[in-house]
Ligand binder design. Sequence first.
Ligand SMILES: *Cc1c(COP(=O)(O)O)cnc(C)c1O
Length: 388
Amino acid sequence: MPARPDFGVRLAAERAQRQQAGLWRRLRTASSSRSGRIVLAGRELIDFGSNDYLGLAQHPQLIEALQRAASVGVGARASHLLGGHRDEHAALEQDVAQWLGRERALLFSCGYMAALGVTGTLLRRHDLCLQDRLNHACLLDGARLSGATLQRYRHGDVNEAQRLLRQSTERAALLVSDSVFSMDGDLAPLPELADLARREGACLMLDEAHALGALGPRGAGACAAAGLGAADVPVWMGTLGKALGGTGAVIAGSAELIEALVNSARSYVYTTAMPPALASAMRVAVQLAQEADDRRAHLQQLIAQLQQGAASQGWTLLPSTTPIQPLLVGSAERASALAAALEQAGCYCPAIRPPTVPTGSARLRISLSAAHSVEDVGVLLGALGQQR
Ligand SMILES: *Cc1c(COP(=O)(O)O)cnc(C)c1O
């Protein structure tokens, strides 16, 4: 037998390395609970770890819509192109396109697949894909998989992005950014990115996973809040698994773009369509999210409460105006210890450690939801105060 490297040996070595650095991740199984709560190890905690920013995941109308639609069947039975594309999908796509003011929208099973599909459809081997260093993993993976040249600029640094674009004016260029960054909660410089793309003849793609529903007029996202429309952001991406309280994702843009995706996006063509009942339920979520100004106002109130309370205790929150309020800790060990102490006090605030965030910037990712009350945030602040 040849002395071939063994996968088991490799995995064991990598595990030992991660365990030594305090970076080994463990799955914890949660039991279902009320909105804004999570049950872990039999204890109900206030849940500051979810992306359910509007508290829609357990909305009675959403539950009822899913149950009603599921009474006629579960699976879509096929991919979209081979009979799986149903009325429910088409109606949801129309609702979302209208919400966002785009010509068309296309449904994917999740955001990860939407990102792979759109980058794979647009980018070719000699193209340039410019991305913010802190973009979500699916955007980076999509660019890598496409074979284009991926270049990353410093977080939010439009000047560096401009310099990189000007170095290769002969290449087709896709400029890609999260609109709200998933682990920092801050906003990308959206108007500046749109200007840059326009000046340099690049195409701008924004991922609004954490903004759709949570920000903007009628919850239409951060681009809408910044007044950026279809001409500024030709490739718009959003997901349904966060503020919309379900699962799935949407790419919105021109009919030309959408039809290209239907033809070429491998993560669209070669996969089973989302269950139609889920698409039905997500139409209700889209409606509720548009009408949720009261929930968004309550969320802003909680954000201000947390920021003021944490600052008065001397904690450093990263500068964020969104429901993602990261509390910077530094070392992975300290972040884990703080998360454990808060859990003892009844609050679930997961520690985010490398490689998800850069070394030395481990943090608690506190995410607020309209499902939280002022009292809930008060409990968290009380627990944080105990740790100073
Ligand atoms: C969560 C997230 C995704 C992935 O979306 P899923 O629907 O969960 O696969 C994509 N982009 C960003 C910025 C995200 O935060």
